[in-house]
Design a binder for this molecule. Structure first.
Ligand code: ATP
Length: 372
């Protein structure tokens, strides 16, 4: 039985449908990240679980019990809001101690208090009021409050948004570690795909008022089932190209695109257009007309002029103009040898297993059966 089960939720605000027969199950022990673009309904979903918002229809179940009409204080749920949610007249210490009141034995209060303070690094902020703290400090104080409560369900709405890079990375690791020490589930909302991959054991991608795909981070990244999922995760973003199919074959022997290759797609005959996607890390830099070679790697081969080339940490990012868009390819610096220069003609290959193919009409993933 799932710890949280949202069943067929429908929610509209002022006639605008936000959740449309929304289903989600979260198991106990899971650190689930809800990922999606701004305005897709992530916060609304958390507020339904916390009991701060009622669905127009559908059920919120916690531990097998229908809690749709149960008030927030009777649910074993804590929530860190996007805008901190601290009391303006209480110091951080007073807020933390208030959060613990009635939640644990008197003998446990000090250890829980210290644990939350240490984990979030708020020891120097204990005597501050919310009006005396920066955005990042407020965020840490709010996370400390949720941690101190040790509820079975923890909801974090954009918990890293106001933190600087170093603190964000530390907090991500700490939250995951803390999550594993406290029984229950954590649901963390973000629109940052990297943050999702670093924190989650499961990612649920939202769009159009529903869950588009849920799975472990590697599967969601490697096998996105819809274009919107592929766009939600991955930096730099996936590269795209529209192509036609004829009897299930995509033939890309277009001299103006300087691209060649033939791909067989398992799609019904009605699928007459496809969208090809290539992750920036999916290219091979061949440096010669590999497609002319007798043992050319099966896949797509393209030649194009380099627009830009940048070293980014351990990688080299190259930008090429392709069709009417710019594509980004990323290589390991060690594999690159001498860097190409802007204006130079370069040859790239996309091996078959790095090619993502989606139907232009349904936006859903299509299987490739053969590449030649
Ligand atoms: P963000 O990432 O920007 O925080 P989100 O995915 O969390 O966005 P929600 O905050 O759930 O999105 O909002 C979803 C939609 O519902 C938005 O269009 C928002 O304007 C609308 N909405 C949310 N709450 C209310 C409300 N109380 N009254 C009217 N509209 C609302």
């Amino acid at each position: 039985m799932s710890l949280v089960h949202l069943h067929q939720l429908i929610k509209s605000f002022r006639g605008q449908l936000v959740l449309d027969q929304f289903d989600l199950e979260v198991e106990s022990g899971s650190y689930l990240v809800l990922l999606g673009p701004s305005g897709c309904g992530k916060t609304t979903t958390l507020r339904m679980i916390a009991g701060l918002e009622r669905p127009d229809s559908g059920q919120v179940n916690i531990n097998g019990e229908n809690v749709t009409s149960v008030p927030p204080r009777k649910r074993d749920v804590s929530m860190v809001f996007q805008n901190d949610g601290l009391y303006p007249h209480l110091t951080v210490e007073q807020t933390l101690r208030l959060a613990l009141r009635g939640r644990c034995k008197a003998s446990e209060v000090d250890s829980r208090f210290s644990e939350a303070v240490d984990l979030t690094g708020v020891s120097k902020l204990l005597d501050r009021l919310p009006g005396q703290m920066s955005g990042g400090e407020l965020r840490r104080a709010a996370i400390a409050t949720a941690i101190a409560k040790k509820t079975v369900i923890r909801l974090f709405d954009e918990p890293m948004s106001a933190l600087d890079v170093g603190l964000r990375e530390q907090m991500q690791r700490d939250l995951v570690r803390w999550h594993h020490e406290v029984p229950g589930a954590t649901i963390h909302v973000t629109h940052d795909g990297n943050e999702a991959m670093r924190s989650a054991d499961r990612i649920a991608v939202m769009g159009g008022g529903r869950i588009l795909q849920v799975g472990d981070p590697a599967t969601v990244y490697d096998q996105p089932q819809e274009i919107a999922v592929a766009k939600a995760i991955g930096t730099p973003a996936m590269n795209w190209l529209a192509a036609d199919t004829v009897d299930g074959w995509i033939r890309l022997n277009n001299p103006t695109l300087a691209m060649s290759g033939t791909v067989r797609v398992d799609a019904d005959a009605s699928c007459d257009g496809v969208i090809l996607g290539v992750r920036p890390g999916g290219f091979l830099l061949t440096r010669k007309e590999e497609r002319e070679q007798p043992n050319a790697i099966p896949g797509l081969h393209l030649s194009t002029k380099l627009l830009d080339c940048r070293i980014v940490q351990e990688t080299v990012e190259i930008i090429v103009q392709f069709a009417d868009t710019e594509w980004t390819a990323v290589f390991n610096r060690k594999d690159c040898g001498q860097l190409p220069t802007p204006g130079e003609l370069i040859f790239l290959c996309v091996p078959a297993d790095a090619l993502h193919v989606f139907s232009a009409s349904t936006q859903r993933r299509l299987d490739i059966s053969l590449v030649g």
